[in-house]
Write a protein that binds this ligand. Structure first.
Ligand code: AP5
Ligand code: MG
Length: 207
């Protein structure tokens, strides 16, 4: 299956994609993780996008589209994939339509208050890209999956979260209508515990 996970920052795209990827045995393609890896490794791309990521803006479409196009052409994507954080603009969605035919776009619907509370407690593992919430961690500094050192993402600072929500509302939200018009949109209530939301997604995929 070729699945897009849509939703605001903090709606749970990464959390759900990580579960789906092991259950469905198809890769998670997270543009945010790809960009953060480049930032960590200080590649030319990483240096170019550092300020954009840390300020909560969007990386230019032409850069993002080229990266995703190359990634989806890799062998492990031949049976499907979960797109997490792409597309994020109408231009990206149109470009994707030109080179891939996706099956469904799942929109995780979460209110802004829940988003702010989730992002203020998020911890991220730069080694394995694992994402956690302090409420479920025994030790908020150690990754329970790989033992790496957990960090707070720089773009989870309050002012940057507000900017990311603004960018989401102006540039990404129109994708809901875009996929609705294609008959591919499914909206899932993204509030409730992780297991509850995940079960809702599986129910949708089984239909
Ligand atoms: P990206 O990494 O994609 O960030 P985002 O869209 O802002 O989304 P997040 O990763 O913040 O949230 P999420 O929905 O994955 O939620 P999560 O599962 O972590 O992008 C980062 C930056 O890269 C962008 O700002 C931009 O600069 C650039 N970029 C990326 N893609 C781009 C593109 N296509 N074009 C241009 N630029 C791009 O969950 C959040 C927290 O909530 C966690 O702590 C988690 O444990 C917790 N949680 C999740 N689900 C639940 C639940 N059901 N109940 C309780 N807690 C939950
Ligand atoms: Mg994410």
């Amino acid at each position: 299956m070729k699945i897009i996970l849509l939703g605001a920052p903090g709606s749970g795209k990464g959390t759900m994609a990580q579960r789906l990827t092991s259950e469905l045995d198809i890769p998670q393609i997270s543009t945010g993780d790809i960009f953060r890896k480049n930032l960590k490794e200080e590649t030319p791309l990483g240096l170019q996008i550092k300020d954009i990521l840390e300020g909560g803006g969007l990386v230019p479409d032409e850069i993002t589209i080229a990266i995703v196009k190359n990634r989806l052409a890799e062998e492990d994507c031949s049976n499907g994939y979960i797109l997490d954080g792409f597309p994020r603009s109408i231009a990206q969605a149109e470009a994707l339509d030109a080179f891939q035919k996706i099956d469904c776009a799942i929109n995780l619907d979460v209110d802004n208050q829940t988003i702010v509370s989730r992002l203020s407690g998020r911890r991220f593992c730069p080694d394995c890209s694992g994402t956690f919430h302090i409420s479920s961690l025994q030790d908020p500094t150690v990754c329970p999956v790989c033992g790496g050192k957990l960090i707070v993402r720089k773009d989870d600072r309050e002012e940057t979260v507000l900017e990311r929500l603004r960018v989401y509302e102006t540039t990404t939200l129109p994708l809901i209508e875009y996929y609705k018009a294609q008959g591919k949109l499914v909206t899932v209530n993204g509030t409730g515990g992780i297991d509850v939301v995940y079960r809702r997604i599986l129910d949708v995929l089984h239909k």
